[in-house]
Design a protein around this ligand. Structure first.
Ligand code: PGA
Length: 222
């Protein structure tokens, strides 16, 4: 089954996230994944929305300032982790492997982000190295391919590029692959049709537009 996910990044407050989720839930006719900021996480009680966390430390709880562990997530029934996003990697996330293995052992669905910047010449080698931090045979693993230059730039990769990277990642052993990077209502349908789904940032901040794209994609994939 294909997947549509919204990465809200450091946007919205706990209050405006509530409003966002209410609007989204009442407009959706299909299931989506939403990653609110950590301060706006709430109990996973929606029907069409599954909430996931943008980060978590590989511990249950304890003296780890500035993050959350599995105890908080379990209390909210959150079982999905976004991991390896380039915005986290750029700030020096050195625990990607440990986080993967800890949350894999707990059975979490892991959306594992990989992506190269435009100066990388050996794309296959670069992405292959990033994939080494996860277990490609893990049944709850979803790879999100997001070229760094395409994130938030308004310029997505071309369909040709996405298609060839998708096929290349399959040869490396990835089983389910999303695309992310400036996906919107104009390019979403075509990209969705050649991948296993979408990870959407900026465009997902409008719940009505995001829901309308998700509903449209769901209806064409039937
Ligand atoms: P964007 O972000 O859709 O705003 O490019 C995607 C992402 O960072 O996951």
């Amino acid at each position: 089954m294909k997947l549509i996910a919204a990465n809200l990044k450091a946007n919205l407050t706990p209050d405006s996230t509530n409003t966002y989720l209410k609007t989204l839930e009442s407009t959706l006719k299909t299931k989506v994944l939403v990653f609110p900021n950590i301060a706006s996480l709430k109990a996973n009680t929606f029907i069409n929305i599954e909430l996931g966390t943008q980060d978590a430390y590989p511990v249950k709880n304890g003296a780890f300032t500035g993050t959350i562990g599995s105890e908080v997530l379990t209390s909210l029934s959150i079982k999905t982790l976004l991991l390896g996003h380039s915005e986290m990697r750029a700030r020096g996330d050195s625990l990607i492997k440990e986080k993967f293995s800890f949350y894999k052992d707990l059975g979490y669905k892991i959306i594992f982000c990989i992506g190269e910047d435009s100066n990388i010449l050996d794309k296959k080698g670069f992405l292959g190295t990033q994939l080494k931090d996860c277990d490609l045979d893990y049944e709850n693993l979803v790879i999100a391919y997001e070229p760094i230059w395409a994130i938030g730039s308004g310029k997505s990769a071309t369909l040709e590029d996405i298609n060839s990277t998708y096929k290349m990642l399959k040869t490396l052993g990835a089983k389910k692959i999303l695309y992310g990077g400036s996906v919107n209502e104009t390019n979403g349908k075509d990209i969705y049709s050649i991948t296993d789904g979408l990870l959407i940032g900026g465009f997902s901040l409008d719940p009505l537009k995001f829901a309308s794209l998700a509903n449209e994609l769901d209806s064409i994939s039937l």
